[in-house]
Design a protein around this ligand. Structure first.
Ligand code: ZN
Length: 131
């Protein structure tokens, strides 16, 4: 297993970690198989979306913050319930097909680490399995 470190710089942010996933697969010497990407945090997530137009990520972050507002009379005393809820909605892991040492993605797709309670130092576990 490889563990990536992701330093986030905003309260909510989506960071393209596709190159880091490719490097983690290379380090595990897997050319064909499966890769699991897992975020061990309750206020962050991982997803796949467009990396061509940065406005897409901006819109995703803006609209999810309307759906799940930062303040809404939550009961969780830590004050970050919105981040916990967004983490649940987006999810903690991805499973991708690996071919030729790379995750199989569509032309416009990238793997994004989603920060919902930053800025923080975060971890992403990556496990590649040949097959
Ligand atoms: Zn909390």
């Amino acid at each position: 297993m490889q563990t990536l470190t992701v330093a986030t710089s905003a309260r909510v942010e989506m960071i393209d970690i596709t190159p880091d996933i490719v490097e983690a697969i290379r380090k595990e010497n897997v050319s064909d198989g499966i890769v699991v990407v897992f975020v061990p945090h309750t206020t962050a997530a991982v997803t796949i979306n467009e990396n061509a137009d940065p406005d897409v990520v901006r819109d995703i972050l803006a609209e999810t913050s309307k759906i799940v507002p930062f303040d809404d009379r939550y009961t969780h005393s830590e004050g970050n319930s919105a981040a916990h809820i967004k983490s649940c909605l987006v999810g903690p892991s991805l499973t991708l097909i690996v071919a030729g040492g790379r995750p199989v993605l569509g032309t416009w797709q990238a793997v994004y680490f989603c920060e919902f309670d930053g800025p923080r130092q975060r971890k992403v576990h990556v496990k590649s399995v040949a097959g």
